[in-house]
Design a protein around this ligand. Sequence first.
Ligand code: PBG
Length: 327
Amino acid sequence: MASDMRQRPRRNRSHPALRGFTSETSLEASRLVYPLFLHESPGDEPIDSMPGCSRHGAEGLLREVDGALEDGLTSVLLFPALAESQKSATGESSHDPDGLIPKTVAALKSRWPELIVMTDVALDPYSSDGHDGIVAPDGRILNDETVAVLCRQAVCQARAGADIIAPSDMMDGRVGAIRDALDAEDFTEVGILAYTAKYASAFYGPFRDALDSAPKSGDKKTYQMDPANAREALREAELDEDEGADMLMVKPAGPYLDVIRALREASPLPIAAYQVSGEYAMLAAAAEKGYLDERPSVLESLLSIRRAGADMILTYYARKAARWLAS
Ligand code: PBG
C-alpha cells in the first residue's frame, strides 16, 4: 500500500460523533436577521418573484414578527413599498416622522422592546427616479446633497426607536456623516451596519419588483461596486471603519464569498452578509419546481456564508432556517 495511505481523512468522518467534534462552522438562529417589506395597504400582498414573501400591512407585519420571535429570531430589517404619490426627486418622505417606517419602528419597539429593529437608509423607496441618491438634471447622482438627506433619514429613524441604521446607498462619506448626525442628537447608542461592499448586482431584481423601485433611467454603477472588484472592497472597509461603522456588510452573499473572507481577514469588526432577493428567488423557484430539496440547499447556502467568514446573515429564509435548525 502506498505510504500516503497512512492518511485516511475519512476516519474523522466515520461516525456522527466524530463529525460533531470536527465540524468547523456552525449556524444558529441568533446569527440571522429577517428582512421584511411593508406597505400602507391593510392586507398582505404576495411578491411574485419572491415566492413565500409578502408586502405586509400593519397587522400582517405584527403577526410575522410575532412568528419570527417565536421561531427564535431576534432582529428584523424593514423596507417600505410606497405609492408613487409618496415619491419625489429629493425623497422628502424618507425623513417624514409620520412616514411608514418611523410609525412601524415605534409600533414594533413599543410591543417588543427587546426586538432589534434595523432600518434601511437610502432614497430608492422614496425616489421618483428609483435611485439611492438625488439625480441631477444631467443624470449624475449627487453625492453630498444625498448624504445630507440620508442624515435626516437616519436621525428620523433613530428618533422612532431604530436600534441599528443600515445605509445601503453607497454614497461616499455617508457613514461618518450619519455617525455625526446621530451623535449630535444624542443617539450615541444607535449602531451603524454599513453596506460596505455592495455590488451593482443583477441579483437585486426581485427586491426592486417588491418595492417597485427599479431605476427609471440608467443603472447604479456609479455608486454600487463593480462585481469584478475585490481589492476595492478593502478600501471601502477601511473607510467605513474610520468613519465609525459598527459592522460591515457584503452584499450579495453567495456569489461574493471571497469578498466576505477578505473583509473577515482585514477587519476586526463583525462582518454581515446579505443573501439577497435573487439568491432567495433562485432557491425558492428551484424548490417549487422540485429541482432542489429546499431545506438542505438553503441550510448549506447559509452555512457556506458563515464558513466564508460572516458573523451574521440577512436572509429572507431566516424564519424557515430558524425552524429547521430547531427541529
Ligand atoms: C437599495 C437596496 C437594494 C437592496 C437593499 N437595499 C436594491 C438596490 O440597491 O437596488 C437589495 C436587497 C435584495 O435584493 O434583497 N438601497
